[in-house]
Design a protein around this ligand. Sequence first.
Ligand code: HEM
Length: 128
Amino acid sequence: TTGGSLYDRIGPAALDQLVTRFYALVAADPALAPLFPADLTETAEKQLAFLSGFLGGPPLYHERYGHPRLRARHLPFPITPARARAWLACMNAALRATPEIAEADARELHMALSRVAVHMVNTPEDQS
Ligand code: HEM
């Protein structure tokens, strides 16, 4: 679909596929997998709800769980710069594996998520 927001351009079906692919890659990434629960179903549901609102669509995360407080929610996990890069690399690979998302939209989404990922870093590299 076309429209003003990134959410409108990507659409809920492609966003769902992206999130599913992303967590399959996270589960296979040795730098990231140890941080996450074995069953990523709920994590993926929350991420899909968050991205919906973040990209200008329905604010599903806020409706279901309240304010995301993303940095505070990530503090229990040692997120080093290397882990942030690994997270973004998984997202980039998931975007490339989702041809329903146009190249320009994929780039815009990746840039927006890069800014959030940098903000999630809470642990220096040598203390991972
Ligand atoms: C939850 C890691 C970046 C959004 C989580 C969880 C971990 C994690 C371990 C908990 C999973 C669970 O217990 O279900 C990381 C790492 C990142 C990162 C290593 C690297 C920088 C981001 C970014 C976003 C994000 C950039 C924004 C798009 C979320 C959301 C949740 C979550 C929405 C679910 C929060 C909840 O439990 O309600 N993340 N994350 N994360 N992350 Fe991240």
